[in-house]
Every structure is written in structure tokens, then in C-alpha cells.
Design a protein around this ligand. Structure first.
Ligand code: PMV
Length: 340
């Protein structure tokens, strides 16, 4: 049996970090994806060039082996996903897992959730368990909590359901969003775990002040929902800049991110801010003209134009015992899952 599944990366428009403390966030799925292909094999083998995981082999019941230098941070999401899945459904079948991704890793674009969600879906399916989307999302959330020490669940929700959503504490509502977006990648990775720890440290030191900042971000996010509904880019830009000021005071900006934000605003962006955990990674800007991309370059970053509101988790194809279920049949299966 051969299964191919994929999930999108994401951009948080408003509310990162505050969402971990119970405030709402607005997040959209982007047109960059991670693809996971699972095939029959004796052991569990993971192969990926894009994710810096060169070759991992897990023999049933034994310690895992690596045959080359492995990016352990990345690999920990994979091992934890396998562990969490086995806790849920019991021992999984041996599988050769190939991972391909066009999402820059550790960059605030949700690359870990976009990996964990299709990985869980395809490994479960390969072992004869067709989990519901909500079950997959929750298992993925558990993986993120375990690896990062905390997670709001926003990343695995968008990686599973796609679209643009208003998310708060495990529940979400789809919103229509036609806001144009440019992402600026600093070229430097960021650690979600480290950024979360820094915010937690500040919270412990000055709880009243930091709680006030989180509430402020929550208010900005609620106002942004109205601006998105009205497609009012001017208000939205202003709210984005306010959100950025508060993210800065949480200590999750960096010289590279500040520079891209400043230069894109000087080039005429309506608003710009960090997206994701920060301390590296990416910024987003609302462009009103092409010069914004030039601004991001001048600020030292790489502009990535993206489409937003993209599709969530999909089982792209299933091949079974020589009989090929092509995209059309896969589509039927997907629809069944959606309605279920
Ligand atoms: O940088 P990313 O893609 O891991 O996004 C993290 C978003 C946070 O709000 C900082 C954490 C979370 O779980 O919501």
C-alpha cells in the first residue's frame, strides 16, 4: 500500500503568543505544503532531504538508529508523532516514509504542524485506521505540546482544516479573507520552544504587565476580524503595526525582522509584523504595491508572495495492491472524511 498526504503551512495574521494564553488569533493556510508518502516496509524508515533528516531507521521494539547527521529538532517531531499515534491506536505497521516540503523550516510558517498532521494521517491509514480530521488535529496538537513545551493548537488546526480561521482555545470559526499578503523570510530559523520560553519568563517576572499586553493583542485581533470582513486594508495595516509593537515588547523580534518591517513600511506597506513565534523566521506585510517586495529585499530578507485561505489536510492518493485509487477516487474518500 502507498499513501500520499499533504498539509499547508500557515501565516498568523494576528495574535501569536497571546493565543497560547487564551486570546484569539487569526491564521490563514498558505500555498506552500509538506507532502508525506508512506509505503510498505519491514521497519519504520524516514527519508527527507528538505527537512534535513537524512536517514532514520526505527526497528520495531529497538532504539532508533541514524546513519547520518540528523537534525534532532526536526526528528523529535517525527518520533513524538509516532509515539503519540502508537499510544492512540497501538503498534503501527512498518513503513517507508518520504517527506518533501516547500515550507522554509523553523521559520514561523507552521512547518512542524504541516509535517506532523499528514504524517499522523498517513501512518494511521497505512495501519488500517481512518482517523477523523478532528482526531488527527488533536493528536498533532499533543505532539506540538510535547516537543515545544506548550502549544495553542492553532498550527495543527490550520494544517488540518485550511482556509482562514479565527481560533481560540481549541475552537475555531472560518472567516472570509481576501487580504493580499507578502511574506518576508529572514533566512534565519527560529525556535518556537525558545520564543515561548522567553515570553513565559517575562510573564513570570511581570505578570500584570504581560497579561495586559496579551489582552491588548486579543483586542487588536477582535478588531481585525471586522476590518477583514470589510476588506478595510488601511485599518488592518494600522492594527498590524499595533500588534507588532506589542510583539516587540514580548521580546520576540530580532534585528533582521525589525529591518524587514521598517523597510517594507518605508516602501509603502499598509502594515507589517512578525508572523509565528519570532526571534527569527518571517514577517508578513500588506502590500499596496510591488515596491513592498523591494522593501523586504532592502531590509535583508527574501520576499515570498503567497496565496492565502488554501486547502487543509488531504489524502492525495492511495494505491492498494496494484489497484490504483487515483485522484478522483481519493477525492471521493476526502469528501467522505469531510462530511464525517
Ligand atoms: O513559529 P510557529 O510556526 O511554530 O508558530 C508559533 C505560534 C505561537 O503562537 C507562538 C505558539 C502557538 O502554539 O500558538
Amino acid at each position: 500500500m502507498k499513501i500520499r498526504a499533504s498539509s499547508p503551512g500557515k501565516a498568523i495574521l494576528f495574535g501569536e503568543h497571546a493565543v497560547v494564553y487564551g486570546e484569539p488569533a487569526i491564521v490563514t493556510a498558505i500555498d506552500r505544503r509538506t507532502y508525506v508518502e508512506v509505503e510498505d516496509s519491514k521497519n519504520i524508515e524516514i527519508i527527507s532531504e528538505d527537512l534535513e533528516v537524512k536517514g532514520i531507521r526505527i526497528r520495531p521494539g529497538k532504539r532508533f538508529e541514524t546513519n547520518e547527521d540528523v537534525s534532532f529538532r526536526r526528528a523529535s517531531y517525527i518520533f513524538t508523532a509516532i509515539k503519540v499515534l502508537e499510544d492512540e491506536i497501538g503498534k503501527i505497521n512498518g513503513a517507508r516514509v518520504e517527506i518533501k516540503s516547500d515550507i522554509p523550516i523553523a521559520s514561523g510558517l507552521g512547518s512542524s504542524a504541516a509535517l506532523v498532521v499528514p504524517l499522523i494521517a498517513s501512518l494511521a491509514f497505512h495501519s488500517g485506521h481512518e482517523l477523523s480530521k478532528d482526531e488527527i488535529r488533536k493528536l498533532g496538537w499533543r505532539v506540538e505540546e510535547e516537543v515545544q513545551g506548550a502549544s495553542s493548537g492553532v498550527d495543527t488546526t490550520i494544517a488540518t482544516f485550511g482556509g482562514t480561521i479565527l481560533y481560540r482555545r481549541g475552537s475555531y470559526k472560518e472567516i472570509r479573507c481576501k487580504v493580499p499578503l507578502v511574506i518576508g523570510f529572514s533566512g534565519k530559523g527560529s525556535s518556537t520552544k525558545r520564543a515561548l520560553e522567553e515570553v513565559r519568563r517575562r510573564m513570570r517576572k511581570n505578570p500584570e504587565i504581560i497579561r495586559g499586553i496579551m489582552r491588548g493583542i486579543g483586542q487588536i485581533t477582535r478588531k481585525a476580524v471586522i476590518a477583514i470582513r470589510q476588506n478595510n486594508l488601511e485599518d488592518l495595516g494600522e492594527l498590524m503595526n499595533l500588534n507588532q509593537g506589542l510583539l516587540y515588547s514580548l521580546g520576540v523580534s530580532s534585528r533582521e525582522l525589525d529591518s524587514m518591517i521598517r523597510c517594507s513600511l518605508e516602501a509603502g506597506a499598509m502594515g507589517a509584523k512578525i508572523t509565528g513565534a519570532g526571534m527569527g523566521g518571517c514577517v508578513i506585510a500588506i502590500p499596496n504595491r510591488n515596491e513592498v517586495r523591494v522593501g523586504i529585499r532592502l531590509g535583508g530578507g527574501i520576499p515570498i508572495p503567497v496565496r492565502t485561505g488554501e486547502r487543509g489536510l488531504e489524502i492525495e492518493s492511495v494505491e492498494d495492491r496494484g489497484k490504483r485509487n487515483n485522484k478522483e477516487e481519493g477525492g471521493e474518500r476526502r469528501n467522505k472524511r469531510r462530511s464525517g
